[in-house]
Design a protein around this ligand. Structure first.
Ligand code: GLN
Length: 482
């Protein structure tokens, strides 16, 4: 059965092979410890709406989350203090500048957004700010316990979103603390404007700790799917973030998450995303899936070169751009029933054949599909068929209520049918509008390509239920030794 899931995994493997030849870019070395990673690593994970994980590459490799943490800590401060207070400290406008630019809005003197370091340091400072103290703490003794408490909240929150206990990479933390003058400069500069809610050193320390949390691409994809799912982790069922906070964070990720490459990113990839100099990228297709990618070499913006390519390929090949307009992409399966619910066909049968069909009609399984078929919906169809195991000899797809079928969905369905036909399963597709035909390459809906060439003899195309019933019976009879 694993072979069936591999229809999706084959796709990920293809994307992996489209990325691995890329050797451009350089590993971040301004944090010395980051320079010691293997630059050739690559991993890719996808978590779909019900929490199922697909992955390719070195998915057990842990790396530090770095700036991807900015999106999470922003969500946490929004949850703890509310939009109003947070907005009075951090803007939501793209800066068009590098992530570590010493940048503030000139009139408000607030960081422009939470995805650049100035904004992320302010979010960290807010988290340390003890509500009960009238003034911000000034000495290390005063702020140290608040710092530890804030980090414990961060770690709990990130872990809850990832669905497993995460931990910090001490070597990366110490390495950045030893070299992070730039972040100290930003925090002190904000303090000099009188707009910084905590002690600059405390904020830098907390921010560097959060950046040093170790994750895998599976973790990133699960976190992404928690966002995609409106704030509920689909693997644990736990609500981690309120819906309005999710919407806010995804909006800011869309406009600011990929730094100065944001416009190009939104047009070509079209997924809210956040990258980190550890080589990770987290991307979200709202309502559908979470994506985690990892590869350490970075482009001039500090985004993983292969990570960007992987997201681009995923978006193109799997049709994941968030502004792709489709109907009913998630609830693709309208109903599932077995062949006993259909009237027997009027075709002539011998007594033995009729007897066999009567006894075994339940081995025909009908899946009625509906709406426009896109990756997410068809992925659940593939898994639904997989879950039938060997309880069905003939599977019928009723596509009469299907609108358009995108390229990846067409290929996934045909791939699934070919694979299972090879294992002996018979297929009938009720496809009156030739939705499974690729109009661009093999004719048009009006002049369809000859269908029987495409699939082998175990796959029949029908245009109506009676025609499909007869074809399903024929295929079922072919499995019998009569
Ligand atoms: N810790 C890093 C820094 O502040 C994170 C930067 C990033 O991932 N873009 O420099």
């Amino acid at each position: 059965m694993a072979a069936v899931t591999s229809v999706v995994e084959q796709y990920l493997a293809r994307i992996e092979s489209g990325c691995v030849p890329l050797h451009e870019g350089a590993v971040a070395d301004y944090i010395p410890e980051l320079a010691s990673v293997d630059p050739d690593r690559f991993a890719l994970s996808l978590v779909v709406h019900d929490g199922h994980i697909y992955s390719a590459g070195d998915t057990t490799t842990e790396f530090t989350i770095q700036s991807i943490s900015k999106a999470l800590t922003y969500a946490l401060v929004l949850a703890e203090y509310g939009v109003q207070l947070v907005d009075s400290h951090i803007g939501v406008e793209p800066s068009g500048e590098a992530f570590n630019e010493v940048s503030v809005d000139t009139s408000s003197r607030h960081p422009r957004n939470p995805m650049i370091n100035a904004g992320a340091l302010t979010a960290a400072a807010l988290l340390i700010r003890p509500e009960t103290l009238p003034d911000r703490p000034t000495s290390r003794e005063e702020w140290a316990p608040h710092l530890d408490a804030a980090f414990a909240r961060i770690l709990d929150f990130y872990s809850g979103c990832a669905g497993r206990r995460l931990s910090m990479d001490d070597a990366v933390y110490r390495s950045e603390m030893a070299t992070g003058s730039r972040n100290r400069a930003i925090a002190y500069m904000l303090e000099s404007f009188g707009v910084f809610p905590s002690h600059p050193q405390a904020a830098v320390d907390l921010y560097v700790r959060q950046c040093s949390i170790r994750v895998t691409t599976d973790d990133l994809a699960v976190i992404g799917s928690t966002f995609a799912n409106g704030g509920v982790n689909p693997r644990t069922g736990r609500r981690m973030i309120e819906g309005d906070v999710v919407r806010r964070v995804l909006s800011v990720m869309t406009t600011c998450g990929m730094y100065d490459g944001a416009g190009d990113w939104v047009t070509t990839v079209g997924l809210p995303a956040k990258s980190g100099v550890g080589g990770g990228i987290l991307a979200v297709l709202p309502g559908q899936l979470g994506i985690g990618v990892f590869s350490p070499r970075l482009d001039q913006h500090g985004n993983s070169v292969r990570g960007v390519r992987a997201c681009r390929l995923l978006s193109d090949d799997l049709g994941l751009h968030m502004f792709t307009v489709a109907r009913e992409s998630r609830v693709t399966i309208r109903s599932v029933f077995d062949g006993r619910e259909w009237e027997p066909s009027t075709r002539d049968r011998t007594a033995r054949e009729a007897g066999f069909l009567r006894a075994h009609r339940d081995r025909i399984r009908v899946l009625q599909l509906q709406g426009d078929l896109t990756f997410s919906g068809v992925e659940s169809v593939v898994r639904r068929v997989e879950s039938l195991g060997d309880r069905a000899d003939v599977v019928v797809f009723d596509m009469s209520r299907v609108g358009t079928v995108d390229e990846v969905s067409r290929r996934l369905l045909i791939g699934l049918m070919r694979l299972r036909a090879g294992d002996g399963t018979g297929w009938v597709v009720i496809d009156p509008d030739a939705a499974l035909d690729p109009p661009d390459r093999h004719g048009t809906a009006a002049a369809p390509a000859p269908r029987d060439d495409r699939l082998d003899a175990r796959v029949r195309i029908a245009t109506s239920v009676p025609e499909a019933t007869a074809a399903a019976e024929d295929l079922l009879l072919a499995t019998a030794q009569l």
